[in-house]
Design a protein around this ligand. Structure first.
Ligand SMILES: C[S@@+](CC[C@H](N)C(=O)[O-])C[C@H]1O[C@@H](n2cnc3c(N)ncnc32)[C@H](O)[C@@H]1O
Length: 170
């Protein structure tokens, strides 16, 4: 639970599975999900039909050009989106712009090269390599999770707290 009257933004929210969790856990917060894919937003918007979810809404938009005013959000979340985009600097400058001073930006990203499947199954390892290649060819960054700390530092974010695979500090 975050402090009352908080504003939360989930960028690249996809079907809104995490966004809806923010809204339910923080009924007095304003929670907005943004994604550039309208078909994902259609699914996401179905979550707003619930009677106790007046605090939840979804908008179409790009992480590279957010439609919000400066200093709008207390908490910004972004999960597995930087892996799909190439202009990380622009995305982080937009996040920094719409984040309130002393706000929190939380991100969770992929480190595809760390998921070595050879010992489990050659088929899974081949699938991992295919995903790596596919993401790279389409302009994404399959190992971006390894570099997020550095990117955030360069973009001017402070008090960084990183964890690898959700456990311990880097
Ligand atoms: C792997 S999904 C993650 C969805 C969600 N964050 C989650 O963890 O369930 C990546 C999402 O990022 C969105 N996305 C990709 N590039 C984007 C951009 N430039 N601006 C906004 N959303 C973007 C995609 O449409 C997709 O819904």
């Amino acid at each position: 639970m975050v402090k009352q009257s908080t504003s939360i933004l989930d960028i690249g929210c996809g079907p809104g599975s995490v966004t809806v969790g923010f809204a339910d856990a923080n009924p007095s917060a304003t929670v907005i999900g943004v994604d550039f894919n309208e078909s994902q937003l259609e699914v996401a918007r179905s979550h707003t039909q619930h009677p106790n979810r007046e605090n939840l809404s979804f908008e179409q938009g790009s992480i590279h050009e957010l439609s919000f005013e400066d200093n709008s959000f207390d908490l910004i979340f972004c999960q597995t989106v930087f892996v799909h985009i190439s202009d990380h600097e622009k995305a982080l400058s937009e996040i920094m712009r719409v984040l309130k001073p002393n706000g929190i930006f939380a991100s969770r990203e992929v480190m595809n090269s760390f998921i070595v499947m050879t010992s489990v199954s050659d088929i899974l390892e081949n699938a991992r390599r295919a995903i790596h290649m596919g993401v790279t060819v389409s302009g994404g960054a399959p190992d971006v999770g390894l570099f997020m700390g550095e990117k955030l530092h360069t973009a001017g974010f402070e008090h960084l707290n990183q964890s690898l695979f959700g456990r311990g500090r880097l």
